[in-house]
Design a binder for this molecule. Structure first.
Ligand SMILES: Nc1ncnc2c1ncn2[C@@H]1O[C@H](COP(=O)(O)OP(=O)(O)O)[C@@H](O)[C@H]1O
Ligand SMILES: [Mg+2]
Length: 237
């Protein structure tokens, strides 16, 4: 298992606010790694920096051997990283199909795109049933599925998921998390950001705990789930 992504001593600011304070982490090929932490810890900031929406003040982001810190967002998508943003942010006025087509903007291989739409519909049969529906009229869970499907349409090597469980009922969260496991089994490496530490630790190989911009704990996901410190702080006892 080679290293696919490595962050080293990353510092990110919003003006004078030091949001990410020298974090280092790595994601190996084939893993599901989760970054857990409370609201405001810096999880989304970390993902937005990896995907090129924010520029780090210092530190390196190495993806598949290249330093991508400071690269433009579309170049990063081309290199094989796709992000599902917090709060889904699908194109509400467009149909399900149009959203998926837009996810393939980096590609020209029509046959491959067709095959991948088929694959997305296998992962999310509900999207196929609703392929002509206007995306803004989908339920929250369906919008999450669409956002994930759209992200997969660029055929990423690494999928970044920002709180996919947010605002969803427990059964639906289970369904979404099962699909994350399926996506991973089909060959996509996953970096999963979550406040729902219980669910995230249940599917991840390894985990990092983020507290106000610093990584305070890391290790095997099952060991962290069993740890007294993590249980007290994040798992409700
Ligand atoms: N656009 C912004 N401008 C200024 N501060 C921000 C902005 N976005 C986030 N922050 C601050 O950065 C910190 C980390 O936020 P964020 O990464 O969104 O946390 P999380 O995703 O873990 O909830 C918080 O203190 C937040 O208030
Ligand atoms: Mg967030």
């Amino acid at each position: 298992m080679g290293k696919l992504l490595e962050l080293k001593d990353l510092n990110v600011y919003y003006g004078a606010i030091h949001a990410i304070k020298g974090i280092s982490l790595e994601v190996n090929q084939g893993e599901i790694v989760t970054l857990i932490g409370a609201n405001g810890a810096g999880k989304s900031t970390t993902l937005r920096t990896i995907s090129g929406l924010l520029k780090p003040k210092s530190g390196t982001i190495t993806f598949a051997g290249n330093n991508i810190a400071g690269s433009k967002a579309h170049e990063i998508v081309h290199s094989g990283i796709s992000q599902v943003p917090e709060g889904r942010r699908i194109f509400a006025e467009m149909s399900v199909m149009e959203n998926l087509d837009l996810g393939a903007f980096t590609r020209k291989d029509k046959e491959g795109i067709k095959a991948d739409i088929k694959h997305v519909f296998e992962l999310f049969p509900r999207l196929e049933e609703r392929k002509d529906q206007i995306a803004g009229t989908l339920s929250g869970g369906e919008q999450q599925m669409l956002a994930m499907g759209r992200a997969l349409m660029s055929r990423p090597k690494l999928l970044l998921l920002d709180e996919p469980s947010m605002g969803l009922a427990p059964l639906l969260i289970k369904e979404i998390f099962n699909i994350i496991v399926d996506i991973n089994k089909a060959g996509t490496t996953v970096l999963l950001v979550e406040q729902n530490a219980n669910m995230a630790l249940s599917i991840a190989n390894r985990a990092y705990v983020l507290e106000t911009g610093r990584i305070t704990l890391s290790g095997d996901a099952r060991k962290l789930a069993a740890s007294e410190d993590v249980r007290k702080a994040y798992l409700g006892g």
